[in-house]
Ligand binder design. Structure first.
Ligand code: RP5
Length: 170
C-alpha cells in the first residue's frame, strides 16, 4: 500500500470517508495492484476530519497525484468536496450504506452541480473496481507500458468468460 507522505506521491490517491469503507475500496486498491499502478490509500472524512480533507485536496496536485478515487457512503460529500478543491480528475465510488443500500451515497455523489465534475461509478464493489480501471485508463494515455498492461488485463477477462453456462454451477 501507499506512503503516508505528501511528497513524491504515487499517481493515484484512494481516499475514503471511514475505515468501514475499506471493505469496498480495497477492490480499487487490488485492481490497481493487478495493473501495477501505485497508490496511496487514506481515510479522509468530509464530516469528521474536514481539515484533513482540505489539506489533502488543496495539496493533491502539488504532491504529485494525478487521479483521485474517493469512496464514501450515506451523506457522501467527500468526492464532491475533494473535487471542489483540486483540479485533478475525481472518480466517486458510492459505498453501500446500511440504511438505504447505497442509493443515498449514489445520489449524493452523482448530483453535482454543473462546473465541478465527479465521475460517478456504480454502488459498491463494481464501482470501486471500475474507478481503478478508469484511473488506469487516464494514466495510460501517457504511459505506454501501463496501456499494454491494461490491454492484457482486459484480454484475460475476455478469455475467462465461458461460451456456455456450466449447468453444475448456480
Ligand atoms: C461516511 O459515513 C463514510 O464514508 C461511511 O461510508 C459512512 C459510515 O461511516 P462509519 O459510521 O462506518 O464510520 O462518512
Amino acid at each position: 500500500m501507499g506512503q503516508t507522505t505528501m511528497l513524491g506521491s504515487p499517481p493515484v490517491a484512494i481516499i475514503m470517508g471511514s475505515q468501514s469503507d475499506w471493505a469496498t475500496m480495497r477492490n480499487a486498491a487490488e485492481t490497481l495492484d493487478a495493473l501495477g499502478v501505485a497508490y496511496d490509500a487514506r481515510i479522509v472524512s468530509a464530516h469528521r476530519t474536514p481539515d484533513r480533507l482540505v489539506a489533502f485536496a488543496k495539496g493533491a496536485r502539488e504532491a504529485g497525484f494525478k487521479v483521485v478515487i474517493a469512496g464514501a457512503g450515506g451523506a457522501a460529500h467527500l468526492p464532491g468536496m475533494a473535487a471542489a478543491m483540486t483540479p485533478l480528475p475525481v472518480f466517486g465510488v458510492p459505498v453501500e450504506s446500511k440504511a438505504l443500500s447505497g442509493k443515498d451515497s449514489l445520489l449524493s455523489i452523482v448530483q453535482m452541480p454543473a462546473g465541478i465534475p465527479v465521475g460517478t461509478l456504480a454502488i459498491g464493489r463494481a464501482g470501486a473496481v471500475n474507478a481503478a480501471l478508469l484511473a488506469a485508463a487516464v494514466l495510460a494515455l501517457t504511459d505506454a507500458d501501463l496501456a499494454e498492461r491494461l490491454d492484457a488485463w482486459r484480454a484475460r477477462q475476455t478469455e475467462s468468460v465461458a461460451e456456455r453456462p456450466d449447468p453444475s454451477q448456480t
